[in-house]
Design a binder for this molecule. Structure first.
Ligand SMILES: [Zn+2]
Ligand SMILES: [Zn+2]
Length: 441
């Protein structure tokens, strides 16, 4: 804390008292200091996680969590912006050395799941969701993400003199999807300027995962998790008597042909060697009597893709296929792609390769694994579309549970091994310092 020698001694001494002695001592490297600080904050990080776990909040309702985060960041000297995309917090800390700007993201929301884990800090919270009273639980581990990024924030502040660049911390609401009719999440944060003033040149994020054993880190270069789109097709026919189909236009027969026609897009028109994709019609609604051919039929479905070009292609072909089939039967199809989409999460390949040595150094080479694509989605994808992004997984499967018995993320029995939080913190802070200093060896 050599800044103490300068003006405003009283204020700076107060900062020293608050932050402790974070600067480097003689013979100490930044990496040594990170290890020391991470270890010393671990117990408080776990306490934050338990507090947030016991007080979970649904998407766009993360008021208490956001206040906790904002207060912590302000105390550390961050420039803090609140209420971004409803409850989001964006905070900036400029380091003592020149360097680039990076963003780190943690999602804050919990799920409408009733906790079934026997822990002293298990959630008893209930809230309204979709017009129903539901249990609320951090069943995806976002409580851990918030606690890890709060701890990382404190390490950046303590080692600020050594920080070669600027960190922008993004605490995001509503990753898990939105309450009906509401806007939010990563897309809305970007719309509200989360990546402006200053704009980061890279973005990093992590997710705790019950798939990985505690102490391990999973990564994947390129397509990491699926994009999810939903659609609705309204097939318009002409109502008539069920015994006199020639007097009308049967939307049920047309819609049936559309369901089959859509399945030929993947199987006949897409290069299966590039990326997988799935198109499912999950809702087919039409008619109310056996002897009436109705006016309309409705189809709804979902599309999962791992590639933006393929996503655009399939979306276009769904529209063309449905419209052409409907025309061939004398009817009309109206295709609507809903606005609640998430694009595929693509990890920048060069950035992933660049940061791998850091992850291997942090966890040990034998603990860092390449992962298969995930069929789940994460709207971190929107941040990673703006600038090169790298999102990795931190294993939190409890060591005392057989791998086949581990409750997955989103399960009411999801229980994470808290020792994984330290791995996550060390990974995130080391990735940040290594990227900013241009030294990832
Ligand atoms: Zn989730
Ligand atoms: Zn999640």
């Amino acid at each position: 804390m050599f800044r103490v020698a300068r003006a405003s001694q009283v204020v700076l001494l107060a900062v020293v008292a608050c932050l402790g002695t974070g600067s480097l001592s003689r013979g100490d490297t930044v990496r040594d200091a990170i290890e020391r600080e991470a270890k010393s904050i671990e117990a408080r990080m776990i306490a934050w996680r338990r507090d947030i776990h016991q007080n979970p909040e649904l998407g766009n309702r993360e008021v208490r969590t956001a206040a906790l985060v904002a207060e912590h960041l302000k105390r550390l000297g961050y420039e803090v912006r609140e209420k971004v995309a409803h409850t989001g917090v964006v905070a900036v800390l400029k380091g003592g050395k020149p360097g680039p700007v990076i963003a780190l993201r943690a999602d804050m929301d919990a799920l409408p799941v009733t906790e079934q884990v026997d822990l002293p800090f298990a959630s008893k919270v209930k809230a309204m969701w979709g017009g129903q009273m539901v249990g609320v639980m951090h069943a995806c581990g976002h409580d851990a993400h918030v606690a890890i990024l709060m701890a990382a924030a404190e390490i950046f502040a303590k080692l600020r003199d050594e920080l070669p660049g600027t960190v922008k911390l993004i605490f995001q609401p509503a990753e898990e999807g939105l309450p009906a009719g509401e806007e939010g999440g990563a897309r809305m944060m970007l719309k509200e300027g989360a990546f402006q003033n200053p704009r980061p040149e890279a973005v990093f994020g992590l997710h705790v995962s019950a798939v990985g054993r505690v102490g391990t880190i999973g990564y994947r270069a390129g397509a990491r998790s699926a994009g999810a789109d939903t659609f609705k097709i309204t097939v318009k026919g002409k109502q008539t008597h069920g015994a006199r189909p020639w007097a009308g236009v049967d939307p049920i027969v047309i819609a049936s042909q559309i369901v089959l026609g859509l399945q030929t897009i993947q199987s006949r028109q897409v290069d299966v060697t590039s990326d997988p994709s799935v198109l499912t019609v999950g809702i087919f609604k039409a008619g109310n009597r056996t002897n009436i051919i109705p006016d309309e039929a409705e189809l709804e479905g979902t599309l999962r893709t791992y590639n933006l070009q393929m996503r655009d292609f399939i979306k276009r072909r769904v529209k063309e296929t449905a419209e052409a089939i409907a025309r061939s039967g004398g009817g009309e199809a109206v295709v609507v792609w809903n606005d609640d989409y998430v694009i595929p999460l693509i990890n920048n390949v060069a950035l992933t390769q660049r940061m791998l040595p850091t992850l291997r150094r942090v966890a040990g080479s034998d603990k860092v694994f390449e992962m298969p694509r995930a069929a789940t989605y994460d709207d971190f994808s929107f941040f990673a579309q703006e600038v090169p992004g790298f999102y990795f997984n931190i294993g939190v499967a409890p060591a005392d549970v057989a791998p086949t018995m581990v409750a997955p993320n989103h399960s009411p029995r999801f229980r994470l091994d808290e020792t994984g939080l330290l791995t996550g913190l060390r990974a995130l802070v080391n990735v940040s310092f290594d990227y900013l200093s241009g030294n990832a060896k």
